[in-house]
Design a protein around this ligand. Sequence first.
Ligand SMILES: Cc1cc2nc3c(=O)[nH]c(=O)nc-3n(C[C@H](O)[C@H](O)[C@H](O)COP(=O)(O)OP(=O)(O)OC[C@H]3O[C@@H](n4cnc5c(N)ncnc54)[C@H](O)[C@@H]3O)c2cc1C
Length: 295
Amino acid sequence: MYPNGARAGVPLLSTNASYIKPKTLDEAVTLLAAGDARILSGGTDFYPGLGDRVVCDPVVDVSGLEDLRGISRESDHFRIGGLTTWTDVIRHPLPRCFDALKSAAREVGSVQIQNRGTVAGNLCNASPAADGVPPLLALDAKVELTSQAGLRRMTLTDFLVGNRKTKRRGNELLTAVLVPRELEDAFSAFVKLGARRYLVISISMVAVVVKTGNDGKVLDARIAVGSCSAVAQRLRTLEGDLIGESVFGGLGRLVKPKHLASLSPIDDVRATADYRMDASLCLVQRALNAYTEIL
Ligand SMILES: Cc1cc2nc3c(=O)[nH]c(=O)nc-3n(C[C@H](O)[C@H](O)[C@H](O)COP(=O)(O)OP(=O)(O)OC[C@H]3O[C@@H](n4cnc5c(N)ncnc54)[C@H](O)[C@@H]3O)c2cc1C
């Protein structure tokens, strides 16, 4: 067996499917214009998702669009290009609010997966267990989608609409993730629970971003939980309840089961719904208490 599930001697592309690797964004959006092509980037979700099937649609391999790779600081946001890998995120110097995203990046599969897998691929694949989603939801990230018709931007919250479902149109490429700079000095943390330490799909994961004043009182708090609903969720009631509270003594003490009421975890091979709920409560408490531990 090959790692992607294909068998030796069995082609990945059907004989009438095409494979094209554009060199420019213009070329890529022209190839995508008909709306029936499948985008291939790092391939770390694309290939395992095929299982034993062959690809019958045209494949547009965007991994050669080097201009879309990298992270830049703009006047009011950070721009994470659509070809930026998890390793790029780990290596790029970024302010404190990105600590959660960097921690998540280190938890994606293994170093080999982090070298190939992209942030954009993680979002477009829209798995409920995508580790990149909670940190980016907590950062109020937006996505930028490009087609021949031009650009459109929307919040990540609006982009992700269900298990493996997004608002991306068939002719659009995710060209960037945009993170507002408003909380760049805020504390952030990511905690993930899996059945083992490495190469593991999350049972639950939590990202927090917390901004405090000089008196240690919370000015802004964002908390997102993944793997416990079809789409990762922000815990808005808890976020509101933390405003004005002091981080001294640990914010985790303020987290109650009612704050997680909007989650709807499922039973599956990795954990029961009840276990996911209990674990998530504990992970939210730990992520928030991590702030006090560094003071
Ligand atoms: C062994 C293994 C372990 C893994 N462990 C984890 C883990 O711990 N946590 C985790 O979150 N994920 C994990 N993954 C999943 C995967 O590595 C990540 O989701 C990765 O970020 C996907 O990026 P990619 O570039 O490889 O996407 P691809 O596989 O190339 O594409 C994924 C999907 O997104 C679409 N797409 C890709 N880029 C774009 C774009 N720019 N615009 C529009 N559509 C696009 C593709 O058409 C496809 O539908 C693992 C995968 C493997 C094989």
